[in-house]
Design a protein around this ligand. Sequence first.
Ligand SMILES: [Zn+2]
Length: 272
Amino acid sequence: MKTSYLIAPLLAASILFSSCSTTPVTGRKQLNMTSDSEVAKMSIAAFEQMKQQMPISSHATYNDMLQNVGFRISQQVFADMPLAEWEFVVFDQPEVNAFAMPGGKVGVFMGLFKIVKTEDELASVVAHEIAHVTARHTHERISQQMVLGAGSTLIGIAAAVSGTAALGNGTYINAAPTIMGLYGIGAGQAAASWDQGKEAEADHIGIMYMARAGYDPNASITVMERMVELEGPMGGNNYNSTHPSSMDRLNALHSYLDDAIAEYEKSKDMFF
Ligand SMILES: [Zn+2]
């Protein structure tokens, strides 16, 4: 198989960059086998593809809200994402979804505005998504794929950097579906497929980020309450037992609220 020629040097290169890192706020130790610059580069390439493949919304109010939120939150994570080329795009897609990538690329689907009504509420979602990046969940997922020897993912990553990748017999695959799978983005898929621990971690880090950026952390409670309503009595556990229900996440958010409000009060000196 020609693909092995492609995978071996990639794997060797990534092992050179192996390291352990620590998540912000929660301080969890984690395995990291990928280089920051490679991950940023392939994310930026994948985002370019997504912009070509998905319609972009020109809704003035939503775009203004997202640019404001993006500017203020990106300033809070400047040190954690030095390679970011920040860009915030509203995609004209009906799903209740949003995502952030290590290269500083953030997408919000129009459907999200069904449960997000104010700038503070939008900040809670964007901060959560960026927390997945600064907590290096994406890096971890790619590292795990490498440990599992999932060749198709490595081809996908290579493809994401170069645009397309050869399958060895003259056929080419499109990178976007693979990289979008890594981020838990899929057609008709409402929620990213992170496990319970990572969702909780992103909620915890995210509520601190939004507070430091001068957004009222109570808005994260409001958004999660609407998610609970949207999911109905069965909750998020209905489709996947490792995925936390919005009710569990709502309870956890309440436990972070006092600390977040303290940060918010401090931020008022800077923003108001
Ligand atoms: Zn999440």
